[in-house]
Design a protein around this ligand. Sequence first.
Ligand SMILES: [Ca+2]
Ligand SMILES: [Ca+2]
Length: 213
Amino acid sequence: MSRLSICSWLAVAGLVCGIHASALAGTVQQDVYLNLDNITVAVGPNTSPGTFNNTFSGGTIDKVIDAPSADAEEFHNQTTHIWFTADDPGGGLELVFEFGTDYDITTLHFWNYTAEGFDVDNIDFSFANSLGAEVGTLSIQPDLGSSPGIRAQDIPLAAPLNVRSVTAFLTGSNQQVDFQNIGFTATESVPEPGTFLLLGMTGLLGLRGRSCG
Ligand SMILES: [Ca+2]
Ligand SMILES: [Ca+2]
């Protein structure tokens, strides 16, 4: 086989593989659970005057996002829950969740306290994109938590896309805001299996083709 024909063959093979790679290269959607492993939470500036009754005895506000999974069970104690008491009726706790990257959120998860006198009765959510612009809102009246082991109530979301941060304002009767966790299930795009191999082959053939010239 002449040098010219070898180079031509390599070029054709590279082209064919390139077409295959282009046709197959793509992404698939997979679920990811967002918690303290991949997002942060902070007390927001619009939190009403009040008292964090248990923050001094059992960690930080990170207790809001320490559930390891959306179906995790948590037991109510000073190390697992948040208890905030507003000074005045209508007062509440603001939490700001920063994702660090954009996610399409499909489900909210909320672990409420188990008794009406202290549980969270309303949460106003606001979803923002990377520019800080609001892309959606949602108000929910969560169920009481299960007892004794507290599991999440799952709240499906229809729309919030490309969300970079979430603000939540939580209020309760008796000025009490007691709950265990907030979590989010989001989707993320990952390369399809096999895409890396095909792209690698195309890259090698491309190099060989150039060396012929
Ligand atoms: Ca917790
Ligand atoms: Ca209540």
